[in-house]
Design a protein around this ligand. Structure first.
Ligand code: FAD
Length: 438
């Protein structure tokens, strides 16, 4: 199936599952109605819960599900939809209380039935879940602690909601409805089992050894990974994988990194990591022969998805990593089409892969435009950030037909996209990879 059809197919399935609890209500004996607003609020609650359950799938990195859109889009969707699910679940009691004020007595913890605790608890935990996700960076919550708590709280929310539904018991009576809910909850649990148990077991059988750690310019380290007892990973240039360093693929700590080696050489995989935080800053000290695991490949940031007469790459800092993989792959494929790379760095000394890019210009029809934000006095090349004027000086005449790939810090990506629009280039020709989408 083509990616577009795949995309439409999964959206259809998603919508169907969200409304499935409502459709199932209509099957078999229907309990007497309790007024429009009450039933409406119950419907919203069911849909909100269904959305929450589906979040396990959205974050499960199922390749069939993520490939039509790109995993970054799926993660964005996951974030946006959790707010909508929260709104629906919140509207459920609000509408109930406003339309039928007598139900406010349910808020009294002494007299209210036990299942009310489930509903109220789910709402509070969900609010905490969303708030800690939105404020994670602002509140300096360590990524790993947040991720573990996030997973546990999600299970608590769904568990408490199910307790609430079972306790109310109004629309879940009858064998068909029971089996529907059992089936739905089982798929949620299975998706968790797949992510936390089956996938790590699969990875356990496909380990890698860190053969070498090469220091690169610009506080960057290249890990050379040798597959042990398997042929390695087959990826498209520009894609990335989640890396776990250490003995166990069950460990919670993993980080996404783009491949920097050629996609034509799956027997030795390279990943280039820039020192940034607690994990990346210690990567240079990892001993050789340490075990590692890769979960991938993921991502749609690849020239292999876009045919064009020429490619333009616009890069800032460590954003060079997926681009160097693309260039190395194209060189191994004896690519003849014209390639243009705009590469922004702070200083000349810090230009990661400087010498490798020089080599690649000998093997490809490639022109590299370096621009420095902190150039030496005798620097003859471009200075400052990449903007429309700078690009206009080098872009080929058939610029509208070329495909553009941007990888760098988010503010740079936004500025470059604006500049490309200023140059009259359609945004559908522009692909970008954010290292910050999580
Ligand atoms: C698709 C993609 C490709 C990437 N490719 C590269 C690459 O080729 N080279 C490179 O140097 N960097 C790459 N990164 C960025 C890299 O993943 C982060 O720099 C790294 O995870 C930071 O970890 P840290 O603990 O050292 O930093 P911290 O200071 O702890 O974290 C800095 C920020 O990085 C993010 N982060 C931290 N830990 C994780 C994690 N386990 N999973 C996801 N995000 C996390 C969080 O947003 C956090 O706020 C890529 C990121 C993505 C999303």
């Amino acid at each position: 199936m083509r990616p577009l059809l795949y995309g439409i197919f999964w959206i259809g399935i998603y919508l169907l599952i969200i409304i499935a609890p409502l459709l199932v209500l209509l099957i078999g004996p229907i309990p007497p109605g309790r007024g429009f607003w009450r039933e409406f609020s119950v419907g919203l609650g069911f849909m909100g819960l269904s959305m929450m359950g589906l979040q396990f799938f959205l974050t499960g990195r199922f390749k069939y599900l993520t490939s039509p859109y790109g995993i970054d889009v799926v993660y964005h969707f996951h974030r946006q939809i959790s707010t909508i699910a929260f709104a629906l679940i919140l509207l459920h009691p609000l509408i109930l209380f406003i339309s039928s004020p007598v139900t406010l007595t349910l808020l009294n913890p002494i007299s209210s039935p036990w299942w009310m605790g489930g509903g109220a608890g789910a709402l509070v935990v969900l609010a905490i879940l969303i708030l800690t996700s939105i404020k994670r960076k602002e509140w300096n919550i360590c990524y790993e602690s947040w991720r573990l708590t996030h997973a546990l709280l999600s299970i608590v929310v769904v568990g408490l909601s199910l307790i609430h539904i079972e306790g109310v018991g109004y629309y879940v009576q009858g064998p068909l409805k029971r089996w529907f809910w059992i089936g739905l909850v089982t798929t949620w649990i299975l998706s968790l089992v797949y992510v936390r148990v089956i996938k790590p077991i699969w990875m356990l059988k496909r380990p890698y050894t860190i053969e070498e750690i090469i220091g690169e310019r610009g506080k960057t380290w290249t890990l050379v990974l040798r597959p042990e007892g398997h042929p390695g990973i087959s990826f498209k240039p520009g894609q990335f994988a989640w890396l776990k360093v250490g003995k166990s693929p069950f460990a919670i700590r993993e980080h996404p990194f783009s491949f920097s080696s050629s996609a034509m050489k799956s027997e030795k995989i390279e990943i280039s990591i820039k020192e940034l935080g607690d994990f990346t800053s210690t990567i240079g000290e990892v001993p050789r022969e340490t075990r590692a695991y890769l979960d991938g490949p993921y991502g749609t940031f690849t020239v292999d998805r876009h045919t064009a007469p020429g490619y333009v790459f616009i890069v800032g800092g460590v954003g060079i990593s997926p681009i160097v993989s693309i260039l190395r792959t194209l060189a191994d494929r004896h690519e003849k089409r014209p390639l243009l790379l705009f590469y922004s760095s702070k200083t000349w000394e810090e230009v990661t892969f400087r010498e490798e890019l020089e080599n690649l210009t000998q093997r490809l029809n490639l022109r590299v435009i370096h621009t420095l934000t902190n150039p030496p006095e005798d620097w003859k090349g471009e200075r400052g950030r990449i903007d429309a004027e700078m690009m206009a000086r080098y872009l080929p005449e058939n610029r509208v037909d070329c495909e553009y790939f941007i990888c760098g810090p988010d503010p740079m990506q936004m500025a470059v996209k604006e500049a490309l629009q200023k140059l009259g280039l359609p945004l559908e020709k522009v692909q970008s990879e954010s290292f910050n989408f999580i």
